[in-house]
Design a protein. Sequence first.
Lengths: 321, 272
Amino acid sequence: MSVKALAMRDVLLDRIWQAMATDQKIFFVSADFGSPILDKIRADFPERFVNVGIAEQNLINVSAGLALEGYTVFAYAIAPFITMRCYEQIRVSLALLSEVRPMNVNLIGVGAGYSYVVSGPTHQCYEDITLMRALPNFKVLSPSDHVCAGRLFDRCVGAMGPKYLRLDAQVLPVLYLADTPDMDAGFHIHRRGERVCLVATGYMLHSALKVAEKLAMAGHSVGVIDLFDIADFSADRLQAALSSYAGIVTLEEGFRGRGGVDAMLFEFIARRGLAARMLNIGVEGAYRFELGSREELHEQVGIGPEFILKSVTTFIQSLPK
Amino acid sequence: MNVSLIDLREKSHWVWRETLAVHRRAPETRLASSLSSIEIFVALYYGGVLRFDPAQPLAEHRDRCIISKGHGSICMYPILADLGYFPIEELQRVCQVGSFLGGIPDPVIPGYETVNGSLGHGLGVATGMALGLKRKGSDRSVFVVSGDGELHEGANWEAIMFASQHKLDNLHLIIDDNRISMLGYTDDIVSHGSLLERLSAFGWDCLEVDGHDVLAVQAALLTMKASCAGKPKALIAGTLKGRGVPGLENAPLSHIMNPKPELIDSLLEQNP
């Protein structure tokens, strides 16, 4: 694919910047967090841009107030801070209040998983999927490349309610053409397989595709699905996509067994009566301080491609023939 | 209702009686902190300060009133009913199954703007509303009623800094300064010292008032609202928690004390 890979945030912010020229209702609020595209927003729309400073609680509260006054609000900060520093503000004035008031607030968190590779566990983010999917009324959007990230803009302005966008801080290879994925489905089938399907989100989709390639060379055809709308995907269509598989593997750059995508899919296959067995790939539940490349860190915490390849191979062999 | 003809002191007394009566029927409600804020709300709603429309509680042309000390605003139930936000008979059903009037007010009640059962959220949301109104070119104002204990929540101070930075002179903070939180006097817990000095140092225009002198509160609020000097404004209203109830008034643990029904009955009889 010849499309140049870009940072997710630059593409999304560029869509916002373009729209702000014609849509007077868009307001952008930052917690002292920037990007080159954000400089354009600051310069061109100073009346509808505000930096609240290093103050995430107020970021959420000011965003809620602006939304109550009819603005479509984009709030912007580093992922762990825009979710966990201000969780009760999010709960009370976005999730709870949007139950009874029309509000459109879109939280853009940059730095999903290990994407701030050398910054350590304060700036890395392994808990956000669990926390944000726990809140009724919230959409949780987790793109895997800049094309998908840019298209999430339409989903943000097109629907009321609070949303959380978890963006990777690194430039990731392009996986989508402009007209894919199908945003309404909330997921995208990248490969169809025989007995096992890998369901990944964000960066882990890239690992899943690598592993699927290697498994194919070893004679195992596995499916790969990108789940980018974690709380609000089309349940019927996902059921149809998964119904033929004997095994489902979840892959997430978040803690394993603590309520993330793994728990969501467990609940989904139980509720829908699917017979598939499950394997969960996620970060072993501990905070780590080792330095290394993202790939090295992933191998250390049990989500690296080598580990996934081995685990999935064993999983395939363990499935009843 | 023509509010300009209303005797604010008579109205305050009526609200005091009705608040006691609501608590008599629904002891789950917080009485003491609802008695300290009566004159503040009476001045706001009957004193010609707020522009509001009970038929359209969320109409664009209203002034926004954020009741941040949510649980300590049970006195708003009779006020909102009296103004026509909902039928007065609803006051008989507070905390009962099927009622929308709970022990802590929620935004399902006509007249309540935001979620305030949890403390320290009102001012920040109000700042966003005040900024939004300015950017829309609206001349409507935002009022927030908060308690002094509530100001221990740090998010308030993020909002206080933000409001002066952005010259939100359409924003008014009224502090029901009863100086008692749940476990005692705030001066013994984490003292604010002089709130007037603190808020002035943060770039706010501040006034102090006797929070139970309803005419003085009304005059201060009208003065504040008329002044637009590029600064947010605070009114520090000195009040007594549990005002007018022997044993409750200014008692350090008044927040969690419920006067006996017989005491309420005799108070209502002695103060017609």
